[in-house]
Structure formats: structure tokens, C-alpha cells
Design a protein around this ligand. Structure first.
Ligand code: NI
Length: 231
């Protein structure tokens, strides 16, 4: 027993030494988020999609990176395990309407409500934040949750080259950025993981949109559209 305990102790001491002497590991899974650091939010729209979302969750998990997913309601039931996994792994989940409609349409309210209901049934809770498709919320429409737009858009739906998408993000990112990607393209998943590796080396921490606002001292309000962590 004593021998076993000694070995465990030595391993723990070695691990502590590696952490202290080696690279700092920002955004480590389960680590507390320190104040005053460089924060950024990766956001993914139009999923979940089998084959790409699960690959992304694997990669984010390996890196201890938290992200935000705005889901299409009609894709939730067939991908319930993926959505449950997102929640369990600490990602923020939001609403991207039932079938990706423009909120100016006649059925916009039902589209938002449908996805909210699906998320409530699967995950519990309520008031899932909304990313309007095309980033557009018509004047005069009222919302019971905060709205999330973005400040960095590499147009990954158009540009399916992971290297180019990653470069576009890295050229435009700054602390407080909300980055728009789509977890339905293999190239976007690859780009996201490249960006995660690169920005972690530069000392960035990846947090959810909700955390990003809180860390910037912003209190989210229903019906307000947030483009960056600073509001
Ligand atoms: Ni979309």
C-alpha cells in the first residue's frame, strides 16, 4: 500500500512540475476562468449534424475549449445524443429557429417557439438565447431572450478551405470577438480546431457567449443583439 501511495505521489508531483514548467494551458477543462485575460467565443450555427458536430465536440473536448451552438430545431430529435453531449460538456446551446427562416416571415414566432420547446423537452431549462438566421431581427419584433450576432465572419459556408477560413479568423480576431462558424462542414470543423490551437498559444481563453458577456461586465438583456463580448 505504502509503495503504491508513494508512486501515486511521485506521479502527481511530476504532473505538477510539468504544468508549472511547461506551457500554460488556457481554457483547460474544468479550470476556473481568471479575470483580465483575453477571451473569445466560438459559435456554431445550423447543426447539429452527425459526422461533423461529433468530430468538433471531440476536438473541443481534447482542448478543453467551450463553445456556443445555435441549433436548428428540426434537426434536434434525430441528433438528441449530440445535443445532450453538448450540454454535458459545458457548451452553451441556443436557438436558430425550427427550419432556418428569416425572422421577417409570418411564422417567425412559431419557428422560434418550436426550437425553444424542443430544447426544453430534451435538456430542461428555458430561455435559450437566439441567433436570428442571417443575423437579422426585424424592428418591432419582441423577444424574451438575448440575441447573438457576431463580429468575425470568415464566410465558411462559401469558403470550404479550412486553411483560408482559419487565416481569415486569425486576421480579424481580438479579445471579445464572437466568431461565426457552421458545424455542418468538415472544413469549418478543421478550421475551428486550428484556430483553437493557435489562439491558445497566444493566450486566449475560449468561453461561451454567456460567459464572454459576463467576463466583460455586460448584463444580457432580452431583445438586445450582442455582436461582441462588450455588447
Ligand atoms: Ni444559419
Amino acid at each position: 500500500m505504502a509503495k503504491k501511495f508513494g508512486l501515486v505521489f511521485i506521479l502527481a508531483a511530476l504532473a505538477a512540475l510539468c504544468l508549472a514548467g511547461g506551457e500554460a494551458v488556457p481554457a483547460d477543462s474544468g479550470a476556473e476562468i481568471p479575470a483580465g485575460e483575453k477571451y473569445v467565443a466560438l459559435t456554431f450555427d445550423d447543426g447539429p449534424r452527425r459526422g461533423t458536430t461529433d468530430r468538433l465536440l471531440d476536438g473541443l473536448g481534447e482542448r478543453g475549449v467551450k463553445a456556443t451552438f445555435f441549433l436548428i430545431g428540426e434537426q434536434i430529435e434525430a441528433n438528441a445524443a449530440l445535443v445532450t453531449r453538448m450540454a454535458e460538456e459545458g457548451h452553451q446551446i441556443g436557438n436558430h429557429t425550427w427550419s432556418h427562416v428569416h425572422l421577417g416571415g409570418a411564422n417567425a414566432a412559431q419557428e422560434v417557439e418550436g426550437t425553444e420547446k424542443a430544447l426544453e423537452e430534451l435538456l430542461g431549462g428555458e430561455g435559450y438565447w437566439l441567433r436570428p438566421p442571417y443575423g437579422d431581427a426585424p424592428e418591432g419584433m419582441t423577444f424574451s431572450v438575448p440575441l447573438v450576432k457576431w463580429s468575425v465572419d470568415p464566410r465558411d459556408w462559401e469558403n470550404r478551405d479550412a486553411e483560408k477560413v482559419a487565416r481569415s479568423i486569425l486576421e480579424n480576431v481580438e479579445p471579445g470577438s464572437i466568431i461565426l462558424l457552421h458545424d455542418i462542414y468538415p472544413s469549418s470543423v478543421e478550421a475551428a480546431l486550428k484556430v483553437a490551437d493557435r489562439l491558445r498559444e497566444e493566450g486566449y481563453w475560449f468561453v461561451t457567449v454567456e460567459e464572454l458577456l459576463r467576463l466583460n461586465g455586460v448584463t444580457p438583456e432580452a431583445g438586445t443583439m450582442y455582436r461582441t463580448g462588450r455588447g
